[in-house]
Design a protein around this ligand. Structure first.
Ligand SMILES: [Zn+2]
Length: 269
């Protein structure tokens, strides 16, 4: 599976435990292009994006879109806007966040650019204003941090929400997608299988959380310790956020209640 010729990528130099090889910043279009996500404001990063634009034979960055407001996706957006003269967009719920946006978008908007358009899909879960962008002519989904090239997305309550996240994943199954281009990691050539794997993984985790509650574990720390047996210290907090996100989903469904720092099963599930 290769990326269509009118889609380019420049990966930011911000590798790490959460960002994998770095943030993928995409260029979409022919003469007048859209840039999706700008991770860093450093000149070297903006140079890399602009060189990618030029390598594709394009002459102008028309718009900049961001998948979500975590800094590894938007910290360079205002700098690229200033340098290129592009119009910068952001999800409606995050209006003013970057200070310097030109327009907002919301679910199901179509964002036109030279010769093409992107369909905005508001996909909360990882971040409440998170958007994916769907390019219908080549059936490509720019998935941001909703779906990664490998590993799983972090759901960090309270803004991160497991119920919303699973709803967003289910919704994506309704689109005809032949390629996913994620915010981190390599492209995904079997989108439906990947989305189903992501949903299955979360449902298995939920079962593990329920089993831990049944076995008498009641706090996020104890439940995490039981489920994530050999998680590194660096990922311990991330694992705890994930457990918390699952517990909040179960509370929303009336299956678990919270008393202080303890979580209790309400009925045998
Ligand atoms: Zn990210």
């Amino acid at each position: 599976m290769t990326t269509p010729a009118h889609i380019g990528k420049f990966t930011a130099d911000n590798p790490g435990i959460m960002t994998l090889q770095g943030t993928n910043q995409y260029v979409v279009g022919k003469e007048s292009v859209v840039v999706i996500d700008v991770a860093l404001s450093a000149d070297s990063n903006l140079d890399g994006i602009i060189e990618q634009v030029e390598a594709m034979g394009a002459t102008k960055i028309e718009k900049i879109l961001i998948t979500h407001i975590h800094s590894d996706h938007c910290a360079g957006a205002v700098a690229l806007r200033k340098r290129s003269g592009a119009k910068l967009g952001i999800h409606r719920s995050r209006k003013g966040y970057l200070g310097g946006e030109d327009f907002q978008y919301d679910d199901n908007d179509r964002i036109a650019f030279g010769g093409g358009e992107l369909h905005v899909l508001h996909t909360p879960g990882h971040e409440s204003g998170h958007c994916c962008f769907y390019e219908g002519s080549d059936k490509v989904l720019f998935s941001g941090d909703n779906i990664l090239g490998y590993g799983t997305a972090v759901i960090h309550p309270p803004d991160g929400n497991m119920t919303d996240y699973l709803t967003s994943l289910e919704r994506l199954l309704g689109f005809d997608i032949s390629l996913i281009l994620p915010g981190h990691g390599p492209l995904i050539g079997k989108p439906e299988a990947k989305i189903r794997e992501y949903i299955k993984h979360r449902m298995e985790r939920e079962q593990q959380v329920l089993a831990a509650l049944r076995s008498g574990r009641q706090t996020i720390g104890d439940i995490t310790q039981l489920i994530y047996k050999d998680v590194s210290a660096a990922l311990q907090r991330v694992a705890e956020f994930s457990v918390q996100a699952h517990l909040e989903k179960l509370m929303r469904e009336g299956r678990v209640k919270r008393e202080g720092s303890r979580y209790l099963l309400l009925s045998e599930n």
